[in-house]
Design a protein around this ligand. Structure first.
Ligand code: SIN
Length: 294
């Protein structure tokens, strides 16, 4: 079982790849690997270990065809299709995230973990930068193991049996995704809602199936706690969301065309920063199937 790192001072020994932490809490850049080529088992095993240790890993200067990108993605599991958003016409397993020069709103501008509203949320997300602004458009990540581990024993005990209720649509002021994305965003034509709302409940404290560590499994899809009213849920939800994104638990990644991030939705949140108005940013995202949180 892999022990995720607590600080940058812990040794990370690898033979096939270079692994360079980018912050104290989480995140590492991986060098010495060309993802356009098939990976041998030993190299994949090291990337997998670095990923479990660091919650999110980054690759630079990659040049992949959609077929090569999909081959890399499928090493991590089956493809999870977003139930509310359409993939690309030629490659439906790849979802294009775009903010054009005239858009106001970007996609993913809330702290969240991907598709937490599904009964089996996405395990991992891979994001590949195609076009990036001159400056800005970074993505932030927060380590949900640290969020859990830093709580007091009393709080851990209180949260231990609680469950979250997570909504796929109409979470924010009752507005549907179609309404939200047709207004000031470049994503309106990608919304394809299923014919029923998808909402799921999950344990608030989740055990990672590969590392065995506990994480505070919460994100912006979380609307309330099971058994509590919305009013009763709100203050605790606010406290835990603020706690989970304390700067000490985060890292921040600056994209260039050819950068790839691979994050573990079971133990981290992310947030796409909307600070590049008038510029264009275009990314290709693939999400990987996960299992039922426990
Ligand atoms: C997302 O939330 O998946 C998008 C992240 C980003 O574009 O940086």
């Amino acid at each position: 079982m892999s022990e995720a790192r607590q600080t940058v001072t812990e040794d990370q020994v690898f033979e096939k790849i270079e692994v360079k932490p980018i912050a104290g809490a989480m995140g590492a850049e991986i060098g010495g690997v060309d993802l356009s080529q098939p990976l041998d088992d030993a190299t994949f095993a090291e990337i997998h270990r670095a990923w479990l240790d660091n919650n999110v890993v980054f690759f630079r200067d990659q040049d992949l065809t959609p077929q090569q990108y999909l081959r890399f993605a499928k090493l991590w599991g089956g493809i999870h299709l977003h139930p509310y958003m359409k993939g690309m016409e030629e490659f439906p397993e790849i979802f294009e995230i775009i903010k054009k020069e005239d858009a106001i709103q970007n996609f993913g501008n809330r702290w969240h973990t991907d598709q937490m509203f599904c009964p089996e949320p996405a395990k991992a997300t891979i994001l590949y930068a195609k076009e990036t602004p001159k400056a800005g458009g970074d993505t932030m990540f927060a380590n949900l193991y640290l969020a859990y581990e830093s709580l007091s024993d009393g709080m851990k005990e209180m949260l231990s049996t609680m469950r979250t209720y997570n909504m796929g649509d109409k979470r924010y002021g009752g507005r549907s995704r179609s309404e939200r994305y047709s207004d000031g965003s470049s994503m309106g034509d990608k919304v394809a809602p299923p014919n029923k709302d998808i909402n799921s409940d999950h344990p608030l404290v989740r055990t990672h199936p590969e590392t065995g560590r506990k994480a505070l499994y919460i994100g912006s899809h979380t609307a309330s706690f099971l058994g509590l009213s919305d009013e009763e849920s709100a203050p605790l939800l606010k406290y835990l969301m603020n706690h989970a994104r304390r700067p000490e638990f985060t890292c921040r990644f600056n994209w260039k065309p050819g950068s790839i991030a691979l994050w573990d939705n079971r133990c981290c949140q992310h947030y796409a920063i909307n600070d590049y108005h008038g510029q264009r940013r275009r990314m290709h995202r693939i999400t990987i199937q996960g299992d039922k949180p426990f």
